[in-house]
Design a protein around this ligand. Structure first.
Ligand code: AMP
Ligand code: GLY
Length: 420
């Protein structure tokens, strides 16, 4: 089968690497791709916002499956345009992708389906928001509604910070915000494939959102991750499936809006049990890198089962018992303005250690690999336990020669502390 992969990040490099191992794959194309993805796929210069062009390309190249990596094309309805043309897609419709694209959509769904989540108020004007703050304690969480790419969330430690966040959101006309109760606990990510009816649990991970060691500094798209995350015990995972995932899948299907693709649930493990913080309608980046490093199943085969509504026939997904850990190398300045153009060398030396270097924001300039984005590389290793995986990932990081890059040195610290 010919496959078209949409996206250009470290997540998509990991997906391309895994898809390329599938015996059922004939040709892999990627749009827009990156130099790392180009090792596994024919990179094509398609404008993915031009749905007609993507549909036409899929027809010309006899594409049997389109895999959509990032959220923006999902929310933009690319999956709908492709399905309307009779092309199988891994990824939800625009309507179902509102789970990620609209916080108020997800909150309203939680209400209808009785899903445990933080108490909230949806507000459409500043005065209304300021008044609603009285109903919440401190800390309180203020979120923009809509796709904010990991930004747009303020965990306010003081009333003044909460007010400032609201003023910021309503500084332009048409603002919408969700104010939320602060949930106390440890965060964990649960991935579940669904074809709209059946579900297939697809691994757990923990991300590191802050830019600095010890979880300090501003939020980022994610500076590293590991999988599995033992804090989500089998018992807690079952509760999350029963109380959060199943009601979501069933309610959306019953309402004529089935979700097909991967559900990425951001959970808070509170004293009362798992509560939903947010949904994403795609794999996490860099969580996908650690999931793919552990996945033993044929990725193309399982994605086809999702796209074709055959997930109910499948056995549980198989993941290696090993721990996988990925360290993101970002360009100096990230998450502010990252320094572009810094040379990257030593990839072979890093991979000679047994690790895998997934590329995110890179490009080739005059025959050299250089940085071209905030998050540049995701250096990924596996080991029998988290300590071994962490040691292996940092050994590979240290073999790289990327002077304008930096990374956190403590990825996996919670799991290392738990391991004792
Ligand atoms: P998001 O961009 O929605 O992933 O939110 C960013 C981060 O804000 C999350 O990963 C959490 O650490 C934090 N957060 C969001 N909502 C809450 C909440 N209700 N209680 C506590 N922390 C939250
Ligand atoms: N690493 C967080 C995300 O992909 O949203």
């Amino acid at each position: 089968m010919n496959v078209l992969l949409i996206g250009s990040g470290g997540r998509e490099h990991a997906l391309a690497w895994k898809l390329a191992q599938s015996p059922g794959l004939h040709s892999l194309f990627a749009a827009p791709g990156n130099p790392g993805i180009a090792a596994h796929a024919d990179v094509v210069a398609l404008d993915v916002t031009d749905h007609a062009a993507v549909v036409a390309f899929a027809g010309e190249r006899a594409i049997g499956l389109v895999v959509i990596g990032p959220e923006a094309p999902l929310v933009d309805g690319l999956a709908d345009s492709l399905r309307a043309a009779g092309i199988a897609v891994f990824g939800p419709s625009a309507a179902a992708a509102q789970l990620e694209g609209s916080k108020s959509f997800t909150k309203a769904l939680c209400d209808r389906a009785g899903i445990p989540t933080a108490g909230y108020a949806r507000v459409t004007a500043l005065e209304q928001g300021l008044a609603a703050l009285d109903r919440f304690g401190i800390p309180v969480v203020v979120k923009a509604d809509g796709l904010a790419a990991g930004k747009g969330v303020t965990v306010a430690e003081t009333r003044a910070d909460a007010e400032a966040a609201l003023r910021d959101l309503f500084s332009a006309p048409g603002g919408e915000a969700v104010i939320e109760e602060f949930l106390e606990g440890e965060e964990v990510s649960l991935f579940v494939l669904t074809d709209g009816e059946a579900i297939l649990p697809f691994g757990t991970a923990q991300d590191h959102k802050r830019v600095g060691d010890g979880d300090t500094g501003p939020n980022t798209g994610g500076m590293g991750a590991y999988s599995p995350a033992s804090v989500l015990t089998p018992e807690l995972e079952q509760r999350a499936l029963d109380e959060i995932i199943w009601p979501t899948v069933r309610t959306l299907a019953a309402e004529g809006n089935p979700f097909s693709g991967v559900l990425y649930a951001g959970l808070m493990l509170t004293a009362q049990g798992p509560k939903l913080i947010e949904y994403n309608a795609r794999f996490g980046d860099p969580e996908c890198q650690v999931l793919m490093a552990r996945l033993e199943d044929d990725l193309l085969d399982v994605m086809r089962a999702v796209a074709e509504g055959r997930l109910g026939d499948r056995a549980p997904a198989r993941f290696a018992d090993a721990t996988a850990l990925t360290v993101v190398m970002a360009a100096r300045g990230y998450p502010g303005t990252p320094e572009a153009g810094g040379a990257i060398a030593g990839l072979d030396a890093a991979e000679a250690t047994g690790a895998r270097v997934f590329q995110a924001g890179t490009r080739i300039e005059d025959g050299t690999l250089v940085a071209a984005g905030g998050r540049v590389l995701a250096v990924t290793a596996t080991g029998a336990d988290v300590r071994t995986a962490q040691g292996a990932a940092y050994a590979a990081v240290d073999a790289l020669d990327f002077p304008t890059g930096f990374c956190r040195r403590d990825i996996g610290w919670r799991e290392v502390a738990r391991a004792g």
